[in-house]
Ligand binder design. Sequence first.
Ligand code: ADP
Length: 493
Amino acid sequence: MYVAMVSAECAPVAKAGGLGDFIHGLSRELVLRGHRVEVLLPKYDSLRRDLIEGLAPLHPGIPVPFFDEVIPCRVDQGRVEGVDCLFIDPHSSHAFFERGRIYGEGDDDVRFALFCRAVLEFLAQSGRRPDILHCHDWQTGLVPVLLWEAFDGLRSGPGAAATSVVYTLHNLGHQGWVGEAVLRQVGLSPHRLLTPDRLQDPGNPRCVNLMKGGIVFSSFVTTVSPRYAWEVQHTEQGMGLQGLLRQYNDKFAGVLNGIDDRIWNPLSDRHLARTYGRDTLADKAQNTAALRRRLGLQEASKPILCVVSRLDRQKGVELIRHGIDHALGHGCQVVVLGSASEPAVAEDFRRLQERLAPSPDAHLELAYDEELAHEIYGGADMILIPSVYEPCGLTQLIAMKYGVVPIVRRVGGLADTVFDANYSDRPFSERNGYTFDDLTSTAQDHAMDRAIGLWYQHPDYFRQLRLNGMTADHSWGARAGRYLDIYHHLRRP
Ligand code: ADP
């Protein structure tokens, strides 16, 4: 099977969050199973080029129509940890992807609309006919629209079968709400498309909703956990698209994300002071000691509670701040690795960092640091994830793999993967953490107190919880089959 992944991110070269991990993890698993995969992404100036093998031009300049201009887009090819990636590089005074970062620009809608058109021009002009185009999130919502409205399904000739599109929703909080000019810019007709059954936003008739376009025009739509699939159809988590997702229920499913256990594996992680596994769990203590040394925490007989997160409102930043103080007041050490894009949130955490700087039990690192993340998972005992909503969440899966016990709000993928030590109806061997329901500090305190109490009073049970978390298989090896089933189901005859 030939699968073209179209995405704004691919770990580790262009990663802002879990989307990047998903793209690389699933792609690599498909390659290992003998499928042909190409990941298409923009050639950001912020790419980690040192991690791309054999980066070289593949096509000198695909002409891509854009308003009344034609923008030549070079396509480069390189290999990222076993996965072929194609980088689209528009040559234009707009410097679309030369902004020092992936997202957060005022013209993100225009940047990614051009990317979508360029992807299809490239596929068509280079004669590529993927069996499956797998697109992700609002940035690529125009790919299935363009495929049908402007490229006739990429058919190789009259009567030939069309390419099928799978569209995965990673976060309904960002749907690509844009003006109709974006459609005109890539050669689409607002008159034809700005209708209730196509791209018109359900809440604002003058607004184009790119994610809605992706949903309507794709052959199959997935989201990243079964619980989130239900939430977006039946609660406000759908952020206005509840009705549409119920209408398309027959082509919609929740498929739990996996993690790449070649990258996230305490048995082989080269960032750890000492590797360990289920049978050598005692060796984890050396990583705890190393983490304390690296971050200047005192050596103490206390559990380390960590947070590894984008510090975004979605992640429950108020509860995270409250949880840090609560943990410090209840016998824990605390390590936070977080990056905030919203200035007010960044400022709150900077102040907290200043206040806690003298503490020998706390360290806040307000940055994005992949290597430190590995060391934290290696050394920590508990992880706090009080998300307002969480489509899947990878940090709890990674943490469990490293024997870190998650304390999570029971929403989305967190509810599908973390089972409460005391209250879950699962057998004890499947219980692996602590959960709470209400978005309140009282509910969170109660879950944290149960976890901390177990660490102090029943270390053997706590150890068993760690082992339960380490046992469950959340690798892409175990999960990719679901996507392959969907691809096979859609594949052209
Ligand atoms: P989201 O995609 O919403 O950010 P996920 O839990 O799905 O959340 O994925 C987060 C990924 O990003 C994990 O791999 C996590 O380790 C990583 N991560 C989050 N924040 C940081 C940070 N500040 N530094 C390094 N890695 C981070």
